[in-house]
Structure formats: C-alpha cells, structure tokens
Design a protein around this ligand. Structure first.
Ligand SMILES: [Zn+2]
Length: 458
C-alpha cells in the first residue's frame, strides 16, 4: 500500500487572490492532469509524467500488451534513431518532412527521431532473409517514445511532440492472409476499447502518408477532437471526412444513401492499415515460397497512441473539476482517509484503520491501495482532494469509527455514499475488485465475423 505523504505529487496551488491572466485555451484533460499533479509541461509540446500519471500509463500499456499477446504478437524494441537513408528508399523523405526531427551524428550520418518504424522493422526483416513461408505470419510490436515536430502542439498529451505509442507491424504471405490478420487485429482493438469502457467509434480512414489500401481509425468523441467524422444513424457507417469527396459532405451516407447523418469531432486513439508491399518492395523484404522462389512480404501496421489514449479518456470522462478514469486505468482503486491528528476519535479510529488495512491487503491488490496519511489535514480537505483525483472508492475512517459499533464511510466515485461496518466495507471492496478482475479478463471472441466497415459506437 502506498502512503500519500511519500508520494511525489506537486499539486498546482493557485493563491486565492491570484490575478487570472488571459491564458490560451487548453483542454479539460490538460488542465486537470496539470493542476492535479500528474503531468507537468516541460519544453513547448513535451511533458513530464509524474508518478500518478506513470501508474496510469503503465496500466494502459499493460492492457495493450495483453491484447497484442492474445493475437500472437511479440514485443521488440527498435532504436529511436532510424537512418534517414531507409526513408529515402521508401520515398517518404521526398514527401513533407517538416514534422520530422532529422539529426546528424559525429560522422555526418543523418537519422530521424522516429515518428514511426515501418522502414526500420522492414529493413530488419530484409536483413534476416531468407524467411520461410512456414514462419508466417510474423507479428512484432513495440511500446515506446515517438517524435513529431508538431507545428501546433495542443491539448497536452493529446498532441505532443514526444509521445508513447504502441506500434505493431505484421507480415503475411499474400493479400488474403494479410486481410485475415487485419480483421483479427481490429477485433483485438475493439475488445481493448470495450474494456476501457469509453464510448468509441470506428471509422473508415484515409491512408495518408502511410500508403496502403485499407485503413480504419478509432476515435473518442470529444468537442476538442481535431478530426471531423461523419456517422450514419441509419446503417451505422462512419468515416473520417478526409475519405469523403467534397460533393457528399454532410448530405447523405456513402453506404446507404440515408440523409440521417451526423457530423461529430473525434480524437484519434488508434489507427490500422493494410500496407501491402509499399515498404517490403523498396526495402527488399521477402520470404521464400513453397517452390523456393522469393516473394515480397505483405505488410500491415497498427498504432495505438498510449499517452494520447490516457489523456483522451480523461477528456471524455472527467467533469469540469474532477478527474474520472476507465476502471482499469485508475491510478489507485481505493483511497483510505484516517482520523485527524489530535481529534478525540484519533486513537480508536486509528486501531480500526490498522485492522481494516490488514484485512484489505488480502482482498485488494495492495499496489492499488493508497493511504492518505496526511493526518495534519482535516478529513474534509482530504476527501475533496481524493474525489478530484477520481479514485473509484474512498474509505473514510473517522469519528464514526469510534462508535460502540464502529462504522466507516464509503464514497463511490458514482456519488453513492454509505456508512457501513468494516466487514461490510471489505465485502463491498471485494465485490468491486472481482468485477474489475472480470473486466480485465474479458476474452476476445474471434469467432464473431469482423465488422470491417460498420461503425461500432458502444
Ligand atoms: Zn448509412
């Protein structure tokens, strides 16, 4: 169990009589994550993630890693530096490169601080030839930092110059197997986004700078979203407006022709592509077929912006003044607040608290319990802070714990509050922990046909 007094948690305190300057518009997640001591701005468009944010990021990365394992993908780490000659070969260095960080080493060799790794992973496979058809499919992913010299970094972690991504690269023998892979990975994405319990929409997307033939995006709907999406209420079709030709903008559905369409804004949190041989051909990544002849690998790539996902979830779920988390991402499940130092109930309440915490360690994951041991602060002040942090369950062990029959207060993030005996509180926390475990263990159902086009607003 963590003790709050030891937590590195620099909450922003605004003096009561501070003059509020006219500051730039910032998003809700950016304001809350900064004010409440999870994230700090470093240099323009880059951020420091402090311990509480680090906990959330780790949980998010763990969930993503699990979904990747379930589809047979293996984790690797490629260098952040990619030789720019690889990007010359793929042709991407000839495009708009204003968003890339290009640097030179002492020998004058040029590198990119990688915004993505298609070239690097494809060159790696080309270098370990011959790959046999028997080894396919190959599915490799990494979770790590990516870089983009954004013209306008905005909204904190939502559009930053350095961010954490999960990037998966898949290699198959032909278009049919690559499409099978594509559908399978998309099912895994849908399962992941369902697990996070934030409403999302899957849309047809433009392939853009990645190239390739098929592409979908996953969006969280939010007013601060920078992507314009069209969704059809009649058939469920949804698309990024980039894919729609000028004439049919917000008039009728591309698929069913209904005029029952809506325009919404989304934050892109995931993106999937079938790339075919766009990279394997120029970088000569081949495999040997049954007849011994080499053939280009057929590739796909699949991204999830892990740091952006965390911020976007907060953007959708938080209130004006309080953080809210997907159940599986909350930095702590339970926050325990004990009696104030020097209060008349201090002695009795403290012994109830000690006993309660001992019993709780057998029920909850100890890692996910936070004890607010700043007993010099009133219970009221600590309760208010815990609510702002969005901890799912807050346990107050105060004056009622000194009763003949000790009672403690449970505050759920939903707003529900109750006075219960310690054993009852333990049972309720056990129930919460079990529900969370069930959600964590939600299994993918691959037998379901992949809904490749249909928007899934859940
Ligand atoms: Zn339609």
């Amino acid at each position: 169990m963590e003790r709050l007094s030891r937590l590195f948690w620099p909450v922003l305190v605004t003096p009561k009589n501070a003059v509020v300057k006219n500051v730039e518009a910032i998003s809700r997640s950016q304001k809350l994550l900064t004010d409440l001591g999870l994230v700090r701005p470093a240099y323009n468009g880059t951020y420091q993630l402090l311990p509480l944010a680090q906990r959330v990021m780790k949980k998010c990365a763990d969930l993503v890693r699990r979904q990747m394992r379930d589809v047979g993908a293996q984790q690797i780490t490629l260098p952040v530096l990619t030789p720019s000659e690889l990007w010359k070969k793929s042709g991407r260095l000839d495009g708009d490169i204003t968003e890339f960080y290009l640097i030179k080493d002492r020998h004058g060799k040029q590198f990119l601080l990688s915004p993505t790794h298609e070239e690097a992973v494809t060159a790696m496979l080309a270098s370990i030839a011959p790959i046999s058809y028997k080894q396919l499919p190959i599915r490799l992913f990494q979770i790590g930092p990516k870089f983009r010299d954004e013209l306008k970094p905005r909204f904190g972690l939502i559009r930053a110059k350095e961010f954490v991504m999960k990037d998966l690269y898949t290699f198959d023998r032909d278009a049919a197997t690559a499409l099978h892979t594509y559908n399978q990975i998309n099912s895994a994405y849908e399962a992941l986004f369902q697990q996070l319990q934030v409403p999302f929409v899957k849309v047809e997307a433009a392939t853009g700078m990645m190239g390739g033939s098929v592409s979908h995006e996953y969006h969280y709907l939010a007013a601060t979203g920078e992507d314009q999406l069209i969704t059809c209420d009649s058939c469920g079709y949804a698309a990024n407006i980039e894919t729609i030709n000028e004439a049919s903008h917000d008039k009728h559905c591309q698929r069913c022709n209904s005029t029952n369409v809506r325009s919404v804004t989304g934050i892109e949190v995931g993106h999937t592509f079938v790339l075919n041989d766009k990279y394997s051909k120029p970088l000569k990544a081949t495999f040997l077929q049954e007849n011994g002849k080499p053939e280009n690998l057929v590739m796909g790539c699949y991204g999830i912006g892990v740091s952006r996902l965390v911020a976007a979830a907060v953007e959708v779920l938080a209130t004006e003044s309080e953080l809210r988390w997907p159940t599986l991402l909350a930095p702590f499940d339970v926050c325990i607040i004990g009696a104030k130092e020097g209060s008349k109930e201090e002695k009795l309440a403290s012994s109830v608290e000690t006993e309660f915490c001992n019993a709780l360690s057998g029920i909850s994951n100890e890692e996910d319990v936070l004890i607010d041991d700043r007993s010099n602060f009133t219970i009221g002040k600590r309760l208010l802070e815990a609510k702002r942090m969005g901890y799912p369950i807050i346990v107050v062990i105060g004056s009622k714990a000194a009763n003949a029959v000790p009672k403690i207060e449970l505050h759920y993030i939903s707003g529900e509050t109750m006075d219960v005996e310690p054993n009852e509180a333990l049972a309720l926390i056990a129930k919460y922990t079990n529900q969370k475990r069930e959600l964590y263990n939600t299994k993918l159902n691959y037998s379901a046909p992949a809904k490749s086009n249909k928007a899934s607003i859940s």
